[in-house]
Ligand binder design. Structure first.
Ligand SMILES: [Mn+2]
Length: 397
């Protein structure tokens, strides 16, 4: 498979220009991508802008977003962006669109309803624009012949903001995208969610630049208008409010985090937290957590483990593949001060589990995740021990 490559810095500006031309030239768009806050923030901000320009937009969205970022779905609903959540809906809209846009997705295995998208659009050679910041491991372009806006960015919304900027700058009749609160909130949410509120940004300068640029506008348009005009909840006035909202824990979630802190096992800079079914069930029952509460605890712990351990944190739990099969999911994150590149751990993962067990994975220098085929639990846990040993060797200073 063809690997994903970043556009070189000297070609970046022309690529952004081509991205803007792509959006201008077409009149009906389907957006798709792996369902998380950065992907939805990217799809939503582009969709809202294009809708404003009188173009047709559809978003492939299996939903729901579990966790605090679910307000993005409220924005989606309030603004009547049509959702495609079944094969039938994808087929129905195929006559009304002339371009496909893929956001924030490492490879085609992670795209919801991919076989339908392939059948109706890719196999028919629809023009495709891909926007992404995932490289390494099993990342590959979803459409090798498409227009690729790939860059080592903090988030895909950061690239999306650049495309919107390019569109506005090259078209005298186009409205300013950064005058729409919902576009600003969508872009900022993707950036803040993907970087743990900036703590895990891979390009600090870019993070600061966009938080300031988009944040100043958000602040400006919040003051100038009345809160009641915007039913989309919650009502944010600044990037800091978004960051605080995303990180805030309820009392039950705080208790859960405290209990799990004690379960982190760490040695030689590497911390491990087991969140397999038995542990999850017990905690969820004792604290009466809903899925959003659990997701909030999981995210908080994923960030806490490497800080407690010093270099790297490993957390694992049961999950499902894009095809709906049960599997194990392993998340690795690095400590904020650490400069290691976690993408180099792929060989450690492969050395820790039997051939064929690793279903795929990848990510960024500061965060990677892998899916592992369902094995007997003791075998899987032995693999985790081996992985921790490899990581200690690799990162022991
Ligand atoms: Mn992302």
């Amino acid at each position: 498979m063809k690997k994903k490559h970043a556009v070189s810095s000297e070609n970046w500006k022309p690529a952004l220009h081509q991205g803007a031309v792509f959006l201008r030239r077409h009149s009906g768009f389907v957006f798709c991508g792996y369902p998380d806050a950065d992907a939805l923030g990217s799809m939503l901000s582009l969709a809202l802008y294009l809708k404003d320009l009188g173009k047709r937009v559809y978003i492939v969205w299996p939903g729901p977003l579990i966790g605090k970022t679910d307000f993005l779905e409220d924005i989606l609903m309030h603004n009547r962006v049509p959702l495609l959540d079944t094969a039938e809906r994808v087929r129905e809209c195929s006559g009304k669109i002339d371009a496909l846009v893929v956001c924030d997705t490492a490879n085609r295995k992670l795209v919801p309803l991919f076989s339908e998208l392939r059948q109706y659009f890719l196999d028919r050679e629809f023009p495709v624009l891909e926007i992404d910041h995932h490289f390494g491991t099993d990342s590959a372009p979803i459409c090798p012949n498409g227009l690729h806006l790939f860059r080592q960015a903090n988030s895909t919304t950061e690239i999306t903001a650049e495309i919107l900027s390019a569109y506005f700058e090259t078209d005298a009749d186009a409205p300013d995208p950064f005058e729409q609160r919902n576009i600003l909130v969508s872009l900022l949410t993707g950036l803040i969610a993907d970087t743990g509120g900036g703590n895990a940004s891979i390009r600090r300068q870019d993070y600061d630049f966009w938080v300031k640029r988009l944040g100043d506008r958000l602040n400006q348009f919040t003051r100038a208008t009345e809160e009641e005009e915007f039913p989309d909840s919650p009502y944010f006035a600044s990037p800091l409010e978004i960051k605080t909202f995303l990180a805030k824990l309820s009392d039950a979630e705080k208790l859960g985090v405290e209990q799990l802190q004690e379960r982190i096992v760490h040695e030689g800079g590497v911390g491990v937290l087991n969140l397999l079914e038995s542990i999850r069930t017990e905690l969820v029952a004792s604290l009466q957590l809903n899925p959003a509460g659990w997701a909030q605890i999981l995210e908080t712990m994923a960030n806490a483990i490497p800080e407690v351990a010093g270099a790297v944190g490993i957390v694992f739990f049961e999950d499902k593949t894009a095809e709906g099969e049960e599997c194990y999911f392993i998340k690795l994150r690095r400590a904020q001060e650490s400069l290691i590149d976690l993408r180099e751990t792929e060989s450690d993962i492969r050395a820790s589990f039997e051939d064929g067990s690793v279903l795929g994975g990848g990510g960024h220098p500061n965060a990677v995740s892998y899916r592992i085929r369902l094995l007997p639990e003791d075998q899987f846990l032995t693999g985790i021990d081996t992985l921790a040993t490899h990581l200690r060797r690799r990162y022991e200073s």
